[in-house]
Design a protein around this ligand. Sequence first.
Ligand code: URA
Length: 212
Amino acid sequence: MRVELANHPLIAHKLTYLRDKRTDSPTFRRLAEELVTLLAYEATREVRVEPFHIETPVAPTTGIKLSSPKPLVVPILRAGLGMLEGMVRLLPSAEVGFLGMQRNEETLEAITYANRLPDDLSGRQCYVLDPMLATGGTLAMAIRYLAERGADDITAVTLLSAPEGIAAVEQALADLSIPITLVTGAIDERLNENGYIVPGLGDAGDRLYGVV
Ligand code: URA
């Protein structure tokens, strides 16, 4: 897995306010969206394009456009939804699929409870959105799920990642031969005994949507 740590003062600035426990949910949602748009710029460097012939008011020329099939953006419910708007702002023609995954708070293992995706993802570039790469169980499961349905290039976008989670995803997906990339806003110190990223930002779903 190629790991891209997005390095930009605006990313660090927005992350600092996301981490701050005094930041309320509306502000958190807005900052997360803005941050994802910056991460999306990094994450789409390798998006597939093809030549596109046009005429300017002055002369014909050749530019590029996104290739078909269009990329598929897959937020992992629930917290990944908070990243969707920021991503599709840069990729408005992308299709969107949904995967509902949750971790069991005792075993920390991921379970799938919802799936709204095309059955056949052959030749698709996929962008998986999950704000927190903690133990890595959910992300590894989501990436494998997409690869088994034919996705041939998968980029995961996370706001924060734990070193243990990155290692776990790399180990869990070592048998996959397709390109897999992680674009993340920061790699934090570690996971604590409850599976939270330290220093992290707390529970991303709760901070986005309140505790339910
Ligand atoms: N999920 C979260 O929302 N926060 C963490 O720190 C770890 C997993």
